[in-house]
Write a protein that binds this ligand. Sequence first.
Ligand code: ZN
Length: 94
Amino acid sequence: MDDSVDDSGTGGDKVAVACSFCGKDHTRVAKLVAGPGVYICDACIALCQIYIDHPDEDGKLLIEDGRAVLRDGAPVFVPLTAEERAARDALKAS
Ligand SMILES: [Zn+2]
């Protein structure tokens, strides 16, 4: 009697996981950290760490190819647009 299960082509229980912030799936990042219903990749964590390390910067990180642009070893912050500033202020007010 053959009791093996052939689940080829059914997708099985595999779930494609991807960073909830940048959208890259687990095959395109070095590390993917899981939270309750969310994931974050190593590159997004690095960007968050830059914001944490520079709490007084009033702007957004200049990012190219998913990485912060550095000038003389320091991350580059660029001014927010009027629309981005309004969205940020709305978040602060809530
Ligand atoms: Zn990410």
